[in-house]
Structure formats: C-alpha cells, structure tokens
Write a protein that binds this ligand. Structure first.
Ligand SMILES: [Zn+2]
Length: 229
C-alpha cells in the first residue's frame, strides 16, 4: 500500500481493503486481511459456548467525529474513571479533551479506523436485551462477561489477536473488550503521524480541535502509542 493510501486508511477517510463479514445476525465491516482470523476466533469461542457479538468494528472519521462532538457538546455522557458521568460544564477545554479521550479517541486516531480492531461482547446477553455499556465492571469477576474475559485471557494469543488497552497505562481506559489483529495493526501503528492528523482535524468539523492540535504530540504518546504488548 502506498503512503497516501495508508494515511487515508489511518485517518478513517478511505480504506482500500474494507469488506463485510456476515456472522450470526451481524454484518461486520473490517479489513479483508482480518476476515479469516476473526472467523477462526469467533468459531473457537462459539465452540466453547461463548458466541461473540461485535459491538464495534470499522468506524469512519465522520462516525468518530460524531461520537466526539456529541460528547464535547454534552449530548452524550462522558464517564470518569469509575464509569460515573462527569459534569463537563465545570471543566476547561483541555480537561474536557482529556476526559473524553479516556474513553473515545480523537477523530483520525481511532484504531477502529483500521478495520483490525473490534469491541466484543457476549451475544447471549445482547439477545436477551441487555444494554451494553462497555465498562470494565462488565468484564470483571462477577460481571456479565466474566466468562468471555477468562476465555480471551487463555485463547486470544493463539489467533494473533491482542488487547492494546488491557491495562490502564495513563492514557486510554482499561478496555478488556477491545481486541486487535496484531499482524496488520502493528505495522499500521508505526505509520501514525501527528502532521496528517492535525491537518485533517483543521479541515473537519471537530469540537475542541484547537485544543487537541496544540497538545497532539503528547496525546499521541499517551493515548495512541502507549499500548500493551
Ligand atoms: Zn474499541
């Protein structure tokens, strides 16, 4: 893939290798190189009695921007480190930026733009009408996805997936539900560049973009490059 195509992919603008995977009742949008590995992972977990529901797969820049902007404008809840809602009106723009970035990537920097990363949940719960929150408590001992958590701990590595936010490292929250296909995502991460993100933010309707671009290098170090092995 040439440099310009990689840049577009990383930013969530244009993806040259997106495809669809039909799985149970879901249509999953993802990188074509990840179809087989994801299928194998989901088949194996199904055999263990844990049918996987994909809460989130590929996501465009525009989609990420709409999540970001709704949070910035107070139209969608922003949670603190204990999964409790924060009153954003009391915060400076910089604090707001950091609070949102704990759970949601700045548009153009989400690993979900790549088609290699997925948020998982148990399908049985979704079918029963359980309202998915994606908070760590759901994957903790006694939580509804404890069985999935145990299975992932034991088996994820066999399929060359890993969990970039498995531990809290001072940037993104502990996100045990977020998995990534390493053979494709690892080389992509090496191509993430502040310059192209900053110029894209300036072109787009993204709330707080002045604040974000002023702190972009720090943000990338702390939230994007700072992941588990
Ligand atoms: Zn995710």
């Amino acid at each position: 893939m040439n440099e310009q195509k990689t840049e577009q992919l990383l930013l969530g603008l244009e993806h040259p290798a997106l495809t669809q995977l039909e799985h149970n009742d879901q249509t999953i949008i993802l990188h074509q190189a990840v179809v087989q590995p994801l299928k194998q992972l989901m088949d194996a977990s199904a055999k263990a009695g844990l049918d996987i529901h994909i809460v989130s797969s590929w996501r465009s820049f525009q989609h990420q921007a709409s999540i970001w902007n709704r949070k910035w404008n107070g139209e969608r809840a922003v949670l603190d480190k204990h999964s409790q809602p924060i009153d954003l009106t009391q915060l400076s723009d910089h604090e707001k930026f950091k609070s949102i970035a704990f759970w949601s990537a700045v548009p153009g920097t989400s690993r979900h733009h790549w088609g290699t990363d997925f948020d998982l949940f148990l399908q049985a719960l979704v079918k029963k009408g359980y309202s998915v929150q994606l908070v760590p408590e759901e994957f903790a001992a006694g939580g509804p996805c404890e069985s999935l958590e145990c299975w992932l701990q034991e088996n994820l590595g066999q399929f060359e997936f890993f969990r970039p936010y498995q531990t809290y490292r001072g940037g993104v929250a502990h996100e045990p539900w977020h998995i990534s296909y390493r053979p494709v995502s690892e080389p992509l991460l090496k191509n993430v560049e502040a310059k192209s993100i900053a110029s894209q933010l300036m072109l787009q309707d993204v709330q707080g973009k002045q604040t974000i671009t002023a702190a972009l290098d720090d943000y990338l170090e702390r939230y994007v490059f700072n992941i588990d092995d």
